[in-house]
Design a protein around this ligand. Structure first.
Ligand code: AHG
Ligand code: MN
Ligand code: MN
Length: 311
């Protein structure tokens, strides 16, 4: 590896940032797993696995395979005690010997229904220095996401800045952005959910965005949409409570907490419309929450609209 790459490599960045060795090896191993997931997407079966997940949703073969790849790599580190995934009915306690000071929650393949139309998908990982996966997001020790798009990129934070790495042709993750920060306000927005099922105050918020020339950016992949918002400097993503799904669609443990941690470390904010996502005490492993996440100003404006206040 040339000296330029060594100084910009993922492991060197983790060491330069004094990341706990156990935590660093988990983050590094997510990078290793992502290369196998890229290969699986390019060569694997894009069809249904014939099984369903924790939420009763039909699983793609790739969902199950991505989960197995990450599970095995994390077990291999000897740093993980408890492992939970949106693709598994319950959490798993790893038997392998090792320090096992951490517990990990994952969405192994986010936006997986987009793979067959060749849109960007991702992996989401939350890491706790704990022997349980049921924690408030504020207690995260680190979070990672990987975007499988035109570039394969890995974004992590352990509380001292948000860093992006790009997988190069040599199979190395090389630093491409550091200390990423959101502007307090930025005019792009991503809105999930069917308008016909949304509550009036949420619609009033959407009308506010649209009458203030916000540009709509929504791919159907949470990781890709948040990555765009993070790297374009801000904006807001929402998947709200609806009359059909009063808790919204996205999963608190596997999707919202890790992303809220990363966005807050980039100077942004994430709310369920009433309180910070990171302060919600999970009642169950499969809990869903409405979400407003991105630039702080926009999220606070959303909270005002949802309370029926005018701004
Ligand atoms: P997953 O593929 O892990 O189930 O996640 C899909 C999620 C999220 O990525 C995205 O923001 C949302 O589903 C899109 O939902 P709609 O298709 O209802 O817009
Ligand atoms: Mn997902
Ligand atoms: Mn998923």
């Amino acid at each position: 590896m040339s000296s330029r790459h060594v100084s910009k490599g993922l492991w060197n960045n983790l060491m330069r940032n004094n990341v706990d060795l156990g935590l660093a090896s988990i983050i590094y191993e997510i990078g290793v797993a992502s290369k196998y997931i890229v290969h699986a997407m390019r060569t694997g079966d894009l069809g249904l696995a014939g099984t369903s997940n924790l939420y009763g949703e039909q699983q793609l073969a790739l969902d199950v395979l991505a989960n197995e790849i990450i599970k095995d790599r994390l077990d291999h580190t000897g740093q993980v005690k408890c492992f939970a995934s949106e693709e598994m009915d319950n959490f798993l306690i790893f038997e392998r010997k090792g320090p096992k000071q951490f517990s990990v929650v994952i969405d192994p393949l986010d936006g997986s229904s987009l793979v067959d139309v060749n849109l960007s998908v991702g992996t989401i990982v939350g890491i706790y220095k704990s022997d349980s996966v049921i924690n408030i997001g504020r207690n995260l020790s680190g979070a990672v996401y990987v975007v499988y798009g035109p570039r394969t990129t890995l974004v992590y934070s352990t509380g001292n800045g948000v860093f992006e790495f790009t997988l190069n042709s040599l199979g190395e993750f090389v630093l491409t952005a550091e200390n990423i920060q959101l502007k307090s306000s930025h005019k792009i927005y991503s809105i999930g959910g069917l308008r016909s099922q949304c509550y009036d105050n949420h619609i009033r918020f959407l009308n506010y965005l649209e009458s203030n020339s916000y540009k709509l950016r929504y791919s159907g992949g949470f990781v890709a949409d948040i990555n765009q918002l993070l790297l374009k400097g801000g904006g807001i993503f929402t998947y709200p409570a609806t009359k059909k799904d009063t808790n919204g669609k996205l999963r608190l443990l596997f999707e919202l907490n890790p992303m809220a941690y990363l966005i807050e470390n980039a100077g942004g904010f994430a709310s369920n419309g009433e309180m910070p996502i990171l302060d919600i005490q999970p009642e169950s492993i499969d809990q869903r929450e409405p979400v407003y996440i991105g630039s702080k100003e926009e999220v606070l404006i959303a909270e005002k609209f949802l309370k029926g206040e005018s701004i």
